[in-house]
Design a protein. Structure first.
Length: 479
């Protein structure tokens, strides 16, 4: 058996008393031909390994370079250095894999995030990305923990779908037809009957419609999977491939939906605060350093941990779209034309500059915006009695903007069909979806939380490309 190692995170909790230990990891630095800082990804803290020329031959010492992987057998002794309780005095150092110091791209110094994006295959080996991806893991685990504790059923909805009706965003087509000479119909259009699935298909933009079907049997379900949007918007908040969590609950109205979403967000943040303190403290420090180069008014008012504590311990503000439009229209920001898009009338869609004004300048806390005009929202949202608005809710977070989009769903068949016809959505193709309204329809609601936006919020990072391992964005599908 090879893996007799102790993880560094675990080792750091030991009392040093010359116990023998085996550790394995990658060299971060090697100083004075004697001190190896070894990291195994279990924590950002390195273990110091003492490797003396007395114990090791010169050829081996030469091969201990940044990036090389080692197996170290040694004894755990008290450390004389400050900031660490123990270190490992090596008796055997085995090089598992060499790393040419001339060629290894990560030097023991600060690299820019842009540089590291180009080296995304190696960036896990930096402190920043070590912390980010352990936090990402914790958040994903907390998502499942939250819903499991509430008795939700985790559904895996399809990645390849034929429904092009949702209208959530531009879609990637899935086909096996030849590009150069696809089979054609008489009118010149492509004959998808000859395609793999016998119809036009695409990558899913949301699992909601299928999620609703399951909610009509299990009552409470959630999905957590990849979604795809071919939106050609090169922003710091959009990916072409991102992960979304979509709970769908029978017997829930809009208020129940908001309550659940708020509880859920607080729960997963709290989980990270309780279980990833060290990584979050590191990220808080990083953010503070980064903001030093910004002018005072651009810096965050709160430190990262302070912000997260604040969100966990305070109620989200709940405001209607109509109230939000009033606030925005009356704001000095609007009057002085500081918005790129001026708010002049009811009915316009909010841009992220408006969302961020509401959360960061006006309310200074997360905001749940409700009851949007039906014209700017999806067909399945429940129509309010005013004839103008739908029971939608978006949650806006400081620094991010929209993090959740959700609604109570229209469960009344006739209303739903009428709205679909108005919006030119083919009711026959979605007959399976409409069956939920034909056979035992109930009031129900759900929402979608963009996982990477959540990770951005919790880690204090500012570009969504830095919180997913291998980002897919326009003109970029590296790795
Ligand atoms: P936005 O207006 O920011 O583009 P949206 O209205 O298109 O968002 P929804 O269709 O409601 O978003 O999707 C639900 C959630 O998924 C959003 O609240 C957001 O957190 C996330 N999301 C949407 N599009 C993307 C994307 N391209 N990349 C990453 N996350 C996304
Ligand atoms: Mn979008």
């Amino acid at each position: 058996m090879f893996n007799k190692r102790v993880k560094i995170k675990e080792l750091l909790t030991w009392e040093p008393s010359n116990q023998e230990v085996v550790i394995m990891g990658w060299v971060r630095t090697f100083r004075n031909n004697q001190f190896i800082a070894l990291n195994d990804g279990s924590t950002n803290q390195n273990i110091q390994v003492m490797a003396d020329l007395g114990t090791l031959d010169e050829a081996t010492l030469k091969r201990i370079t940044t990036g090389a992987s080692l197996k170290v057998t040694g004894s755990v002794i008290p450390s004389l250095g400050k900031g660490q309780k123990l270190e490992v005095k090596a008796s055997v150092v085995e090089i598992l894999g060499d790393s040419d110091a001339e060629k290894f791209p990560l030097q023991p110094k600060k690299h820019s995030l842009e540089f590291l994006r180009e080296k995304a295959h190696l960036r896990f080996r930096t402190n920043t990305f070590g912390a980010i991806f352990r936090v990402r893991h914790a958040l994903a685990f907390a998502v499942h923990k939250f819903f499991n504790e509430k008795g939700f059923v985790y559904m895996h909805t399809p990645i390849i779908t034929a429904s092009d009706a949702e209208g959530a965003g531009e879609m990637f087509k899935v086909t096996t037809l030849p590009f150069d000479n696809p089979p054609k119909n008489e009118d010149g259009s492509i004959n998808f009957k000859e395609d793999f699935f016998g119809k036009a298909t695409n990558l899913t933009v949301s699992g909601q419609l299928e999620g609703e079907l399951a909610a009509m049997a299990f009552a409470d379900i959630y999905t957590f999977g990849p979604t795809f949007r071919a939106e050609n918007s090169n922003t710091a908040r959009h990916l072409a491939e991102f992960w979304m969590i979509e709970p769908e609950m029978a017997f829930h109205d809009l208020e129940d939906n908001m309550n659940l979403a708020e509880e859920f967000i607080k729960y997963i943040i709290k989980y990270a605060l309780d279980n990833n303190r060290e990584d979050l403290e590191f990220l808080a420090q990083r953010l503070q350093e980064e903001e030093k180069s910004l002018p005072q008014e651009k810096r965050s008012e709160m430190g990262l941990l302070e912000k997260l504590d604040f969100v966990v311990n305070n109620q989200f503000e709940r405001v209607t779209y109509t109230e939000a439009i009033e606030i925005l229209r009356e704001s000095n920001h609007n009057k002085k034309k500081k918005f790129q898009y001026i708010i002049d009338k009811w009915g316009v869609d909010l841009q992220s500059e408006h969302e961020r004004y509401l959360v960061e300048k006006h309310f200074k806390k997360p905001v749940i915006l409700t009851n949007y005009p039906k014209e700017i929202k999806a067909f399945y949202m429940r129509q309010n009695d005013d004839g103008k608005t739908v029971a939608a809710m978006d949650i806006l977070a400081p620094g991010i903007g929209e993090i959740v989009g959700g609604s109570q769903r229209e469960e009344r068949l006739e209303r739903l069909e009428t709205r679909m016809k108005e919006m030119h959505i083919p009711t026959d193709e979605l007959s399976w979806y409409l069956d939920t309204r034909r056979f035992g329809a109930v009031p129900h609601a759900g929402f979608g939380l963009g996982f990477e936006r959540m990770v951005l919020f919790v880690t204090g990072m500012t570009n969504i490309r830095d919180v997913i391992a291998f980002p897919r964005t326009p003109k970029n599908a590296e790795f």
